[in-house]
Design a protein around this ligand. Structure first.
Ligand code: GLU
Length: 305
């Protein structure tokens, strides 16, 4: 398997030249566009790797499925469903998805920024500091890595420049969809996006979603199978931004991308995959990362369809 992954990275490496680094969060523009790594954990207990799979990068939107899990674990599906819808918006992740008249929870889903900002309010905790710590602990647990921490520079960079997210959060507040102080909620969201991970961390989190909520190797159950189903279904329809339909056809597994260049893919019952390549297409997805997944899906028959 390591050889297969090496070969795929080699075949797809030229695609790293086709994308652009995210620069609307200035700190993200410091990444090396040449970096390309992949890590896979399979149900036979093996892990395979190739390329720059030890590089650290910020999780960005790949925290959204973890936020959703934390919200589900704290409140159950009904409450979460009341606050954040489940339908694909077909629009970019930071779109202002409100009509002239109103904004409803059905206009959001957990994989767009408005949905994720609203989910921060659903995490249990006395303060936003405590809510974030609980989310960080869940991330560490799912990744089996107690050393995962915040990338302070990226966090401050986004906090300084995140006016679009501020606009989205104030809209949520205007329409009564969040009650708390906007800056407190946003601070939790910006920190969540700035959690620093590697491909191996993403592969382990993806594997737990593929394995009905049970951690790799120990099989310890962290969340019930119904939550895995809920999250995976939404990843399938909304995880790759407004490129999710095409990704479903070409790769055919639940996955989530982030503007830091990561992709976490979930192959139900079979594997968790973590990829890193920070050059992005216009929708915010890693260009080479998607190509590698297409290639891998064809070779290993990964599509669930
Ligand atoms: N922190 C980023 C933002 O809110 C996350 C975007 C993403 O990865 O899709 O703009």
């Amino acid at each position: 398997m390591d050889e297969l992954l090496e070969q795929i990275l080699k075949e797809c490496h030229h695609y790293t030249k086709e994308g652009k680094l995210a620069n609307y969060i200035p700190e993200l523009a410091k990444a090396n566009p040449d970096d390309f790594g992949i890590y896979i954990i399979s149900s036979d207990g093996r892990s395979s790797r190739a390329g720059d799979c030890d590089k650290k990068f910020t999780i960005q939107s790949i925290v959204k499925p973890i936020l959703l899990l934390q919200a589900l674990m704290d409140n159950g599906t009904e409450v979460v469903r009341q606050h954040v819808g489940v339908e694909a918006t077909g629009k970019p992740f930071d779109a202002i998805n409100a009509s002239d008249q109103t904004l409803l929870s059905d206009h959001l889903n957990p994989m767009v920024n408005m949905g994720a900002i609203a989910m921060c309010t659903l995490i249990h905790g006395e303060t936003y500091e405590e809510k974030f710590q609980r989310l960080l602990e869940l991330t560490r647990k799912l990744a089996g890595n107690p050393e995962i921490c915040l990338d302070e520079a990226v966090y401050l960079s986004e906090k300084r420049t995140g006016s679009k997210n501020r606009a989205l959060a104030y809209l949520l507040k205007t329409y009564g969809m969040i009650g708390d102080e906007v800056e407190d909620v946003l601070d939790c969201y910006f920190r969540a996006c700035s959690i620093r991970v590697s491909c191996a961390d993403l592969a382990r989190i993806g594997y737990t979603l593929a394995n009905h909520g049970k951690l790799p190797f120990t099989n310890e159950s962290v969340f019930p199978v119904e939550f895995a189903r809920y999250v995976n279904a939404i990843l399938m329809t909304c995880g790759m931004y407004d490129g999710s339909g095409e990704f479903a056809i070409k790769v055919g597994v639940p996955a989530k991308s982030g503007v830091g260049g990561g992709i976490m893919a979930v192959v139900p019952t079979r594997m968790g995959i973590g990829i890193y390549s920070p050059a992005l297409n216009a929708k915010g997805n890693s260009v080479a990362g998607i190509k590698a997944l297409e290639n891998l899906s064809q070779k290993l028959y990964l599509s669930i369809f």
